[in-house]
Design a protein around this ligand. Structure first.
Ligand code: BGC
Length: 740
């Protein structure tokens, strides 16, 4: 199916400067519609178009429809919406304003469940991409989403989940970038920039402190605002700097009282006044709760209005204008921000021209290759006792147990769900309705293992009955258990593997010490059997080509280089909140001491620390020096591959300072690709905000004078070298950004 696109797109396309030359007909139209001139800056174009708009046209732009029929609400998606997607805001053809076609996009072009879903390529989960510690790869992965989005008729992508992992049981952790603001902000920012490189808008979301799903529509995140600046908000701030997103999606929850989508401090003070954000704020679907207060707080667009109690930015907004409860000036400002983002990110100048039902095979192949390379760098080798991995094709008998590994690989549930061509590899699992269905991508690890070891005998046992798995494990030369944890939107999970999988793993390990556990999980899980098994591989939700990626890691065609973006605890009592996520007030009393910072502060020993990841080669580090100039600390060191295989190292610089929320912070990192024997001198500059405390009284970042320790490490718990560096006192403006 290939539809011709709305007149608006053609009209806009017709006046594009072709090859740098404006054709005469186009010049005429440019004179009539001067905002169509791509050479003008976005602000100027907004100033030209806004006075041409009627009030109703302006109101059109601030009011978002759901783009899928919603029978319970007696809602039918309007004509012009891309059926099966998340949102739609009609365009204004008379003025050349394109419609906004919105789709979720955390791991690919998502669809709502149902008959109208699109079949697209799925990346590994967002958390998996963060585990690559490779921003270039995250950018490329975002580019895959952007390219498929354009081909599918979308120009506003609901990607960029950058909520910090404060709560390892959060059902949406798989959509996010981990527990550290620098890592999460950098990786999610790069992914979002990759999407927007295709001349479309992406969001960053869910602003802010939407760190659990329990009671997500009413729960109140209680957090010290200063601590928030140095944790959750810093992740957003860094991601915004990296991505320049067109839009920010405000969250469902409350933050210290008000709802995030009507929160003047978040939406106006922090986002706009302090950080200088110039795009627009859209609500999450069902996240708008009022008209005048939300407008006054800084919300610009109500999304998916059937999810809200009322059409707050629809008929209610019109009445509010008439009664004087809302002003024309506010409406102008909201529309100006939306149009600014649309001009800035190319929605006028690069209109959507394709709405493909099916994607061309060449695009699919390219996307699948990108997804696979993302997965291959994301998979973390957590443990490798006795160098049991990599396996060799000469191993004769391999027992593969559990996790539907004969069929495919698991993905997460909810709005970000991407449906792959060919359908669900394991249909019929529960829940089948939202946030389900539970989807397995058709990339069978067993088949991929067979291709790696064509002469081996590969036996698959489903693992439902641990006793039945035991003989297969005993008779095999190596047993590989696939353990899964399904997570998704709207619920939180248990860190204990369900369905007796811990017992299964223990039983298999007792039968065969050469046991490898492959985890397909949304985030961290408890690994009480770790001491009994040989190797543990965290494969996250590995995406459309996950089976191939896992087999390539197991057999050493790819050298593992993923590192944990999140701490794996040993037990729940190590967490800031050992009991299950609360309703009502959610007390984030750990403040900015999130994840490894909390573990460091409490001197808790995790099962696997943040930053950890093994390789099949060995790296040696030497010569760490650190110097300070103009408040920025630069660390230099040499990393050498002293093993026999090519591999990618992830050196991490942590800094320990005085008076922080925790003993140390991640200050910089890099992924370094090295052939066997090769070495490289690496120089990393640290963002000075990571050396500072936020000071609410002066609304600025303040670095205390003193001596700090700069540590070169391979995880938050494996420090190799430490050097001191002395810094003078320094203050940075709240809106300081690299290069400013
Ligand atoms: C989610 C958002 C998503 C939106 C649209 C909501 O349920 O929280 O992340 O973008 O739906 O699908």
């Amino acid at each position: 199916m290939r539809k011709t696109v709305a007149a608006v797109a053609l009209a806009s396309a017709a006046i594009l400067a072709l090859g740098g030359h404006i054709q005469p007909a186009q010049a005429q139209q440019s004179a009539a519609q001067p905002w169509m001139n791509a050479r003008l800056d976005p602000e100027r174009r907004v100033a030209l178009i806004l006075p041409q708009m009627t009030r109703d046209e302006k109101l059109t732009l601030v009011f978002g429809y759901f783009a899928t029929d919603f029978p319970i609400k007696r809602f039918k998606a309007p004509d012009g919406a891309r059926n099966g997607s998340a949102g739609y805001v009609p365009g204004i053809p008379r003025l050349g304003i394109p419609a906004q076609w919105q789709a979720d996009a955390g791991i690919g072009v998502a669809s709502q469940p149902g008959p109208a879903r699109r079949e697209r390529t799925a990346l590994p989960s967002g958390l998996a991409t963060a585990a690559t510690w490779n921003p270039q790869l995250a950018f490329k992965a975002g580019g895959m989403v952007g390219e498929e989005a354009r081909a599918s008729g979308f120009n506003v992508m609901l990607a960029g989940g950058v909520n910090l992992i404060r709560e390892p049981r959060n059902g949406r952790n798989f959509e996010y970038g981990g527990e550290d603001p620098l890592l999460a902000g950098t990786m999610v920012g790069a992914h979002t920039a990759g999407i927007q490189a295709h001349h479309i808008i992406s969001t960053l979301k869910h602003f802010a402190v939407n760190d659990q799903e329990t009671d997500r529509n009413a729960g109140n995140a209680v957090i010290d605002p200063v601590a928030a600046r140095m944790s959750d908000l810093l992740a957003f701030q860094i991601a915004i700097e990296k991505a320049d997103p067109g839009s920010i999606m405000c969250a469902y929850n409350r933050v210290n009282g008000p709802f995030a989508c009507e929160h003047p401090w978040l939406l106006t003070q922090v986002l706009r006044s302090d950080w200088g954000f110039k795009g627009y704020v859209m609500s999450d679907w069902g996240g708008t709760h009022s008209t005048a207060p939300a407008i006054a707080a800084g919300l610009d667009q109500e999304s998916g209005f059937p999810f809200d109690q009322r059409a707050y930015f629809g008929a209610d907004f019109k009445s509010a204008l008439e009664s004087g409860a809302a002003s024309e000036k506010a409406l102008d400002q909201m529309v100006a921000r939306i149009l600014y983002a649309m001009f800035r990110h190319g929605l006028f100048d690069h209109p959507i021209t394709d709405v493909l039902g099916d994607l061309p095979p060449a695009l699919r192949a390219r996307s699948t290759a990108t997804s696979q390379s993302d997965a291959e760098e994301a998979i973390v080798l957590l443990q490798n006792r006795g160098a049991i991995l990599p396996l060799t094709p000469a191993i004769k008998r391999v027992a593969v147990i559990g996790g539907h590994a004969d069929k495919g690989v698991l993905s997460g549930g909810g709005a970000s769900s991407v449906y792959q061509k060919g359908g669900n590899a394991v249909p019929g699992l529960r829940p089948q309705t939202w946030p389900g269905p539970v989807v397995y991508y058709r990339s069978s690890p067993v088949e991929a293992i067979r291709r790696q070891a064509p002469n081996a005998e590969i036996v698959f046992v489903d693992g439902a009955d641990p006793a039945a798995a035991e003989p297969a494990a005993r008779q095999a030369d190596v047993a590989i258990v696939f353990a899964t944890q399904w997570a998704g939107e709207s619920f939180d999970v248990s860190l204990t593997l369900t369905d007796n999988q811990d017992a299964l793993i223990s039983r298999v390990a007792a039968a065969n010490p050469r046991t490898v556990v492959v985890l397909e999980t949304g985030g961290p899980v408890l690994t009480p059997w770790a001491d009994k098994v040989g190797a543990i591989v965290a494969a996250w939700y590995p995406g459309s080509a996950g089976g191939e990626a896992i087999a390539n890691i197991l057999y050493g065609h790819v050298n593992p280089s993923g590192h944990l973006p999140v701490t794996f605890p040993r037990s729940l009592d190590q967490l800031p909140r050992p009991s299950a996520p609360a309703k009502g007030d959610i007390m984030y009393s750990e403040g900015a001491a999130v994840g490894y910072k909390w573990f460091d502060k409490r001197n808790e020993n995790p099962a696997f620390p943040f930053g950890h990841g093994l390789s099949y080669t060995r790296f040696a580090y030497s010569g760490l020096t650190a110097r300070a100039a103009k408040g920025t600390v630069t660390a230099t060191f040499i990393v050498r591959n002293v093993g026999k295989r090519r591999g990618k190292a992830v050196p991490q610089i942590y800094v320990a300072g005085g008076g922080w929320e925790a003993p140390k912070r991640l200050g910089a990192f890099e992924k370094v690709d090295l052939a066997a024997g090769q070495s490289k001198r690496v120089t990393l500059a640290m963002d000075p905000r990571l050396l500072a405390m936020f000071d609410a009284t002066t609304n600025s970042w303040r670095i205390r004078a003193g001596t700090y320790r700069v540590m070169l490490a391979t995880s938050s718990r494996e420090t190799l070298q430490t050097v001191p560096v002395t810094l003078p006192a320094q203050a940075l403006k709240v809106g300081w950004r690299p290069g400013s």
